[in-house]
Design a protein around this ligand. Structure first.
Ligand SMILES: [Fe+2]
Length: 109
């Protein structure tokens, strides 16, 4: 789902591929609604810097594992930030525990 980091980040792909959708806030919209503003496809051996204010979401478009190294310019789990409901695209507080559960589920698979 779309989310912010509230810090700079660099993503480097070491296997597979990922598609990033870049989002922007709709001015004056209630509930922090967003719209798609761009995209960036990343392949193996590519890196992508993300600025502090970027809103992005990521999908794996291929039928196998994609692996990436993410470097963040701060405390990824300690900084309050936002995520967006994937159906309604409304802003919500980032749920760290949900992200940790998703990471664990993905690692088990
Ligand atoms: Fe991210």
């Amino acid at each position: 789902m779309p989310h912010t980091h509230e810090m700079w980040a660099v993503i480097g792909i070491y296997t597979g591929r990922e598609d990033n959708i870049l989002w922007r806030r709709l001015p004056g919209e209630a509930q922090g609604r967003i719209e798609a503003a761009g995209a960036k496809a990343l392949s193996e051996r590519e890196a992508f810097p993300l600025g502090r204010d970027i809103i992005h979401s990521v999908t794996n478009p291929i039928g196998r594992l994609t692996g990436a190294i993410h470097v963040y310019g701060g405390d990824f789990f300690g900084v309050p930030r936002s995520e967006w409901d994937p159906e309604r695209l409304v802003e919500l507080p980032y749920d760290v525990q949900k992200t940790l559960r998703l990471f664990e589920e993905s690692n088990r698979r």
